[in-house]
Design a protein around this ligand. Structure first.
Ligand SMILES: Cc1cc2nc3c(=O)[nH]c(=O)nc-3n(C[C@H](O)[C@H](O)[C@H](O)COP(=O)(O)OP(=O)(O)OC[C@H]3O[C@@H](n4cnc5c(N)ncnc54)[C@H](O)[C@@H]3O)c2cc1C
Length: 473
């Protein structure tokens, strides 16, 4: 238990609306959105300024009170849930820090508070005829600080990179309460360690990000979107290279989906209909875009599809002829995760391998699962253009959910061992959090882990910043 006098002192560091101790009010903030992690806390603080964050952390450092930072609470690995396994941690939620400080169209940059949602940043960019390219299904809730802390990916990484590539600068409060000012729109700055980048993907273990300066791009003026059916995953690999070549590298989305994942969506999500009437084993959502309003991108995509048909890389397809049709394609793709919930238990693997090995990886990992669990339903889909798949394994229809989920760790090992064999990563997008820390310590080279621990210890010697994530004890 954190002593009452600490709770009173911490509450005094924020305004009257900046703290909560009521169990009922705290409930949504201590529960992960899939109910996978349910934690607890005695106190949630919601500061409004960087100085308030700094004062809170200084107090916590002095009194060795551990803290968990939280943005939109959309993370998928338990990193933003305080008090799992009974730990005494206060929650610091950044959602009241929502100012957009500066959109500089000529610098192609935007500076925002950590609590701004990704949708807010999109709106600010659009108002200046610019593009903020980070795009993920949680964008209405996830925050600048959260996407930076998890180095979020999404559907545009193939063209614009992950959040790490989009961050120009960061302001952050370190675990001793000091504030680092690396909040710059500079594209070039070779003055020692890249402190802003150190905070990216740190999952709240090295400090609290309070502001972020992101890169912007010219807005997309013309787009061509296609829903394509393929005979096999190998054809998708060839199609990807062909698409990059023929369009002059204007591919902004390349999403691979297996048929069973789509069947779940068509069975469970209302208002969806299959863009193609016949059934095929694999599908690709392809989008190409240009910032040139006079671009011939539509013609280039048609040329691509003709060439791909000729070589049997695609067997059927539809190009979106209206914004409504494009939205249907997108809605279908974005429904896949939600649809799986209705099919019972699923054991998910958010992995990446070199792009060129995706077809072989799918085959090897599927074989590894089926050798031991022949009835498990393997349903991979994801950001193939980045070598990133959600390699999900669904419970067989005739098995009880709890029984299936009891094989979680074994299936993780089976899939992750194949990932490592292919030179891949056990977490491409979602981070490590609490969920994957044991697998991280099993699969990461020990010298790499030791270097990570040394950085953590140097910045957070009292281990107060999100101490239960990333590292196994
Ligand atoms: C429907 C859905 C779709 C998703 N799709 C994708 C996807 O396509 N690609 C992808 O990469 N991810 C995806 N995600 C997960 C993604 O990681 C989160 O959406 C997002 O990056 C986390 O942002 P958040 O503000 O919700 O952070 P939270 O969930 O609140 O926190 C995540 C982690 O960051 C830390 N943190 C949060 N804010 C700060 C801060 N200001 N300073 C320091 N640490 C902080 C927390 O302690 C925690 O460890 C998806 C999630 C959902 C629910």
């Amino acid at each position: 238990m954190i002593a009452d006098h600490h709770i009173i002192a911490l509450k005094a560091l924020v305004d009257a609306n900046g703290s909560t101790t009521e169990k009922h009010d705290l409930e949504p903030f201590v529960t992960e959105w899939r109910d996978k992690f349910i934690g607890k806390t005695q106190l949630m603080l919601s500061p409004k300024t960087t100085d308030e964050v700094a004062a809170i952390i200084k107090y916590c450092s002095t009194h060795q009170i551990t803290v968990v930072p939280q943005g939109g609470n959309t993370g998928l690995v338990g990193g933003s849930t305080p008090g799992i396994n009974g730990a005494d941690e206060i929650l610091i939620n950044l959602r009241r820090m929502t100012s957009v400080h500066n959109v500089n169209a000529e610098d192609y940059s935007v500076t925002v508070d950590a609590g701004c949602t990704v949708s807010m940043i999109h709106e600010a960019a659009i108002a200046s005829d610019r593009l903020f390219p980070l795009s993920l299904a949680s964008e209405g809730s996830c925050t600048a600080g959260g996407v930076a802390s998890t180095n979020a990916g999404g559907v545009h990484v193939i063209r614009y990179g992950t959040t790490r590539a989009l961050v120009l600068g960061v302001e952050a409060v370190l675990p001793d309460g000091s504030i680092i000012d690396a909040l710059t729109p500079l594209r070039k700055d070779n003055t020692g360690y890249a402190l802003a980048q150190l905070m990216i993907g740190a999952e709240g273990t090295l400090g609290i990000i309070t502001k972020v300066c992101f890169k912007l791009y010219p807005s997309e003026k013309k787009r061509s979107t296609a829903w394509l059916a393929l005979p096999d995953a190998n054809s998708a690999l060839k199609l990807l290279s062909m698409a990059r070549d023929i369009t002059g590298d204007q591919v902004s989305v390349f999403e691979l989906m297996c048929r069973p994942a789509l069947d779940f969506a068509f069975n469970h999500i209302p208002d969806l209909r299959d863009p193609i009437s016949d059934i095929y084993p694999w599908y690709v959502l392809l989008e190409c875009a240009s910032s040139d309003a006079a671009s011939d991108i539509n013609i280039k995509v048609q040329t691509l599809l003709e060439a791909a048909l000729e070589q049997n890389l695609i067997v059927d397809g539809a190009i979106a002829l209206s914004e409504q049709q494009r939205e249907l394609f997108w809605h279908t793709r974005e429904s896949l995760s939600e649809a799986q919930k209705h099919e019972g238990g699923s054991i998910k693997h958010d992995i990446s391998v070199p792009v060129s090995t995706i077809p072989k990886f799918i085959e090897a990992a599927t074989n590894a699962i089926h050798a031991k669990y022949p009835d498990a339903r393997v349903t991979p889909f994801g950001h193939m253009g980045d070598g990133n798949l959600h390699f999900n394994v669904m419970q067989p229809a005739n098995q009880a959910k709890a029984d299936f989920l009891s094989h979680w760790e074994d299936m993780n090992r089976l899939v992750h061992d194949v990932v490592i064999e292919f030179g891949g990563s056990i977490s491409a997008e979602h981070g490590i959090g609490i969920l994957k820390k044991d697998e991280l310590s099993r699969t990461k080279p020990s010298a790499n882990l030791a270097a990570m621990r040394a950085i953590k210890h140097a910045l957070d010697p009292k281990n107060i910043m999100n101490p239960r994530v990333l590292f196994s004890d």
